[in-house]
Unconditional design. Structure first.
Lengths: 255, 182
């Protein structure tokens, strides 16, 4: 008998389910670490099965067979994939997936770090742009404020003359135009500023009515890259005109 | 009872594999082969045909739902079914939850014993061995297996010492082994 003698009787009782309490616990503990006793338990269960076979004789009624077959026909079940067949493949795939996931995690962490740096730069740039925008708004508000007081400084005691100053950047199509001491307009008329290109027709650059003789136009954008020969002002209908309809009252020269 | 087969274990393994793939005909074959074993054990324990039919249904439905509960490489299907049927019947008798996972139950029975032509002789040998036992030994063995009594309960019922009951049960099992595997 290749079994630990101290467990021999208890193993037999365990096989028939007759062992309880601390003795059962002791046997189960021993079985977990003893292959010989596990093997003997299987044989003792086989012996118990022989005892079960001794009951052989009665046959179940035919209705039991019908009952079972009806039950399994009603109960559809999915066919499982055999782990023994696919196990190594699944295992390989699982490891590959885990490795790929690890790589993705590292890439995401790296990208996250880059994005944080980028966000920091953008935040710094945004602050600077906010400051510039604020300055531009203040400049624009000052230039266009209806209550802005304008002072023209001239040499000697000459009376103020109508003046216009256009600051134009052809590459960006931006224009700032300031005018002062303009004469009052006739009813339903307005001044219109024209960009006079080196070649081609005049381009409308803004319609305005001066307040107390002064006006400011900030015009982004005009057509890009148009080289200006000069700027001119005409008197036009209030809605403006696509082309000058009167002689210019002021024409500029490049300073 | 059981059909003749050159290799019962291999045939059982094939049936279980087919059942794993949802083969209802294989399930019917398995039932035809082993329903007698399951039913007769349950009937012996419960003494009631209706209750035994319920155990029969339960055991086979469990195989249909989870064919992997039986590992053909680790034991005899006939023996496993007999032990599982007995355990379920005892649980039913005592109105308790199953004590152990049936996947943990491995039953080693020589395949030759349950071959079709050998089956009748095996039953004769078992019954012969039981008949040869002294009544107290046979009684202790049957009380533990068919009535689900613990060794303490058997000792209390018979007035015998615990150690004697233990020895009788083990000796009885070994006598059955010896009778079928001389």
């Amino acid at each position: 008998m290749s079994v630990h003698e101290q467990f021999a009787d208890d193993l037999a009782l365990y096989a028939t389910g007759a062992l309880q309490g601390s003795e059962r616990v002791a046997v189960e503990t021993h079985l977990r670490e003893c292959a010989q006793c596990r093997s003997e338990l299987e044989r003792l269960r086989g012996d118990a099965a022989l005892l079960a076979f001794s009951t052989s004789g009665p046959r179940p009624p035919s209705r039991s067979r019908e009952r079972l077959l009806s039950a399994i026909a009603r109960e559809t079940r999915s066919v499982p994939v055999s782990r023994s067949k696919w196990g190594p493949w699944w295992s390989t795939l699982e490891w590959a997936a885990a490795a790929a996931l690890l790589v993705v995690v590292f890439l995401l962490l790296h990208q996250n770090r880059l994005l944080r740096t980028r966000i920091g730069d953008l935040e710094a740039g945004s602050t600077e742009q906010q400051q510039q925008l604020q300055q531009a708004k203040q400049l624009l508000a000052t230039l266009t404020a209806p209550d802005a007081a304008r002072y023209v400084l001239v040499a000697g005691n000459k009376p103020p003359q109508p003046q216009g100053k256009a600051i134009y950047v052809a590459s960006s199509g931006t224009l700032v135009f300031l005018a002062s001491n303009l004469p009052d307009l006739p009813p339903q008329k307005a001044y219109e500023l024209w960009l006079i290109p080196t070649t081609g027709s005049p381009i409308p650059a803004g319609v305005f009515k001066p307040s107390q003789g002064s006006a400011a136009i900030i015009k982004p954008p005009l057509p890009l890259g148009v080289e200006a020969k000069t700027f001119a002002i005409t008197v036009e209908p209030e809605a403006g005109s696509p082309a000058p309809t009167s002689q210019p009252i002021m024409v500029g020269t490049r300073g | 009872m059981l059909r003749a087969a050159s290799d019962v274990a291999s045939a059982d393994a094939s049936l279980v594999a087919a059942i794993r793939n949802g083969d209802e005909a294989a399930m019917a074959q398995l039932y035809d082969r082993y329903s007698g074993v399951v039913y007769s054990v349950a009937l012996r324990v419960l003494g009631d045909t209706g209750a035994a039919e319920d155990i029969l249904q339960e055991v086979f439905m469990q195989i249909w739902r989870s064919p992997d509960v039986f590992d053909a490489s680790r034991g005899s299907l006939a023996g496993w079914l007999a032990v599982i049927a007995r355990n379920r019947a005892i649980d039913s008798l005592r109105k308790r939850r199953p004590e152990a996972e049936i996947t943990e139950v491995i039953v080693s029975v020589e395949p030759d014993l349950v071959r079709g032509v050998e089956w009748g002789r095996t039953i004769e040998k078992i019954r012969g061995a039981l008949g040869s036992m002294l009544p107290p030994q046979r009684s202790a063995l049957e009380m533990s297996f068919f009535e689900g009594l613990t060794h303490s309960e058997i000792a209390a019922k018979t007035g015998e010492p615990l150690g004697t009951i233990k020895t009788r049960i083990r000796a009885g099992l070994l006598a059955l082994r010896k009778a079928c595997n001389p």
